[in-house]
Design a protein around this ligand. Structure first.
Ligand SMILES: NC(=O)c1ccc[n+]([C@@H]2O[C@H](COP(=O)([O-])OP(=O)(O)OC[C@H]3O[C@@H](n4cnc5c(N)ncnc54)[C@H](OP(=O)(O)O)[C@@H]3O)[C@@H](O)[C@H]2O)c1
Length: 417
C-alpha cells in the first residue's frame, strides 16, 4: 500500500461465522489497505472475541456513517439484509453481501438500484463459498453462450450423501453426524430440501444467461426421503446420488432450471465431489467443459470470497450482467419431461405416487430393498406434487437430461417439413 494512501474503511454488519472469518483473514493480511472500522451485530449480551466497544447494536448507525467507504453485509436475516443492502444502494454505496436467500428473491430490484443510484453490489460468497463462479460467468463468459451450468451447490446435503455412501448408513445418522460436526444446521430444511441450492441456481442464471428467475417457480426436490436402498441402487449402476442444481439450454434455445437429486456416473466431474465440497461444471459453446471445485461454506473459505469482492470493489469492479439484453426465455415446467427413479418402502404409497405423476402401475419393480419405480415424468407433475412427495418421504432422483415433451418436438419437426 502507498504510504500516503488511506486504508479503505469497512463497515461490517454481522460477526458470525462469515463475518468473523472475513475479519480474521484481514488480521492476517494487514498490508492490504483494508480496515474494519465499525462492526454491527444484534445481540448485546453475546460473548465476543473482540472488546465490547468495537460493536454497535444498530446496523443503521453504519448506514448513517459517511466515513465508511464500503459495507460488508453478512447477517443471517434475509429480510433485514434486504432492507440494509437496498438502503445502502439507494445511498449509492458500495456493498458486498453473502446472503443468497435475499439475493435470489430481490436480484432484479438490486440490479436496478445500482443502475439508478450508482452504487455497487458484489456477492461472490453467496454461491459456492470460495469458488469464484459468479465472476467467472459474469466476466470471463460474459459473451460466450453456455449449454449448461450445473453443480453441487450445497455442502451439507453433499456431506450427508457422502457419509451414507461410505457407511451404507441411513439418512438420520448421517444427518446427525453432519450436524454434530457443524456441516449441517440444527434446522436442516433449507439445505436438505434443496431450497438453498435453488437460491444459488437463481443467482447464477442472471450471470450465465441474463435470466432473472422467480425462485418459487424453480423445481427443487431434496433428500429428506433418501435411504440406504437408494444409495445401493445407484451403486449397483456404478453411480452416486448427488443433489445437482442445473441450468440447461433446451433444444428450443430457452433455458430451464431445476435442483434435484440425480444419479451421477464417474464420467461427470461431480461424481468425485465429496463431503462438504461444492463443484460447478460449465459447458461452454466454444471453450468446452470446465470444472471448478472448492469449499462451499465455512468462515475462512466464505470470508476469502468476501475479501476478493472487497478488493474488486476497491478496483472499481461491478457485475456486467452482459447477457441481460439478449436473454432467452425461461421454460421451467411446461412441456418438459425427465426420466426419474422413485422409491418408497410402502408399495401402496408408491402406487399412489405413480397415479400423481401419471406413470403406469407396471412401472414398479423390486430389488433386495423393496419396491421402486422408474419412468418419464412431466416436470409440471413433479412440481405440482412436490410438497406431497416431501411430506410422504418419497425419494425422487432424476436419471437423465430434461427434454422437451414429444408433441412439441413433433410440432417443431412439422413446422420445418
Ligand atoms: N456460514 C457459511 O458458511 C456461509 C456460506 C455462504 C454464505 N453464507 C451467508 O452469509 C450470511 C451470514 O452467515 P453466517 O453463517 O455468518 O451467520 P451466523 O453465524 O448466524 O451470524 C450471523 C450474524 O449476523 C448478526 N445479525 C443478525 N441480525 C442482525 C441485525 N439485524 N443487525 C446486525 N447484525 C445482525 C448476528 O448477530 P449476533 O452475533 O448478535 O447474533 C451474527 O453476528 C448468511 O446470509 C448466509 O446465508 C454463509
Amino acid at each position: 500500500m502507498d504510504a500516503d494512501k488511506q486504508p479503505l474503511r469497512i463497515g461490517l454488519v454481522g460477526f458470525g461465522c462469515v463475518g468473523q472469518g472475513f475479519y480474521d483473514i484481514l488480521q492476517q493480511q494487514p498490508n492490504l489497505g483494508l480496515r474494519v472500522t465499525r462492526i454491527a451485530v444484534k445481540n448485546p449480551t453475546k460473548p465476543r472475541t473482540l472488546p465490547a466497544e468495537r460493536f454497535s447494536y444498530h446496523a443503521d448507525e453504519l448506514l448513517a456513517d459517511p466515513e465508511l467507504d464500503l459495507l460488508v453485509e453478512v447477517i443471517d436475516d434475509p429480510a433485514e439484509a434486504f432492507r440494509l443492502v437496498s438502503t445502502a444502494l439507494r445511498q449509492g454505496r458500495r456493498v458486498v453481501t453473502a446472503n443468497k436467500a435475499m439475493l435470489a428473491r430481490h436480484l432484479p430490484e438490486l440490479v436496478q438500484l445500482q443502475a439508478t443510484f450508482g452504487g455497487t453490489l458484489l456477492y461472490e460468497a453467496a454461491v459456492c463459498g470460495s469458488i469464484p463462479v459468479i465472476r467467472t460467468l459474469d466476466a470471463y463468459f460474459s459473451h460466450e453462450p453456455l449449454r449448461s451450468v450445473s453443480g453441487i451447490f450445497n455442502g451439507s446435503s453433499n456431506y450427508v450423501l457422502t457419509r451414507m455412501s461410505e457407511e451404507g448408513s441411513d439418512y438420520a445418522p448421517a444427518l446427525a453426524e453432519a450436524q454434530a460436526l457443524g456441516f449441517a444446521e440444527t434446522d436442516p430444511a433449507l439445505d436438505m430440501g434443496a431450497f438453498d441450492p435453488r437460491s444459488k441456481a437463481v443467482i447464477l442464471a442472471a450471470h450465465a444467461y441474463g435470466v432473472f428467475l422467480n425462485t418459487e417457480e424453480v423445481l427443487n426436490l431434496g433428500i429428506e426421503g433418501i435411504g440406504a436402498a437408494d444409495i445401493a441402487y445407484a451403486a449397483a449402476l456404478g453411480q452416486k446420488i448427488k443433489v445437482v442444481a442445473a441450468l440447461e439450454r433446451l433444444t428450443n434455445g430457452r433455458v430451464t432450471a431445476l435442483v434435484t437429486p440425480q444419479l451421477v456416473g464417474p464420467e461427470s466431474p461431480l461424481y468425485a465431489v465429496e463431503r462438504e465440497f461444492n463443484g460447478v461444471v460449465l459447458e461452454a459453446e466454444y471453450a468446452g467443459t470446465q470444472f471448478l471445485q472448492g469449499r462451499g461454506a465455512g468462515g475462512h473459505p466464505t470470508g476469502s470470497a468476501v475479501l476478493a469482492d472487497v478488493l474488486a470493489v476497491q478496483r472499481g469492479t461491478h457485475y456486467g450482467y452482459a447477457k441481460q439484453d439478449t436473454a432467452p426465455e425461461a421454460q421451467l415446467l411446461e412441456e418438459l419431461e425427465v426420466e426419474v427413479y422413485l422409491r418408497h418402502a410402502d408399495e401402496g404409497v408408491l402406487r399412489e405416487v405413480l397415479t400423481w405423476l401419471e406413470l403406469p402401475a407396471d412401472a414398479i419393480q423390486h430389488d433386495g430393498y423393496g419396491p421402486y419405480a422408474t419412468g418419464v415424468v412431466a416436470l409440471q407433475q413433479l412440481f405440482a406434487w412436490r410438497k406431497e412427495l416431501r411430506q410422504n418421504g418419497v425419494f425422487v432422483a432424476r436419471q437423465g437430461a430434461v427434454r422437451l415433451t414429444a408433441p412439441v418436438v413433433q410440432e417443431a419437426a412439422s413446422a420445418w417439413a
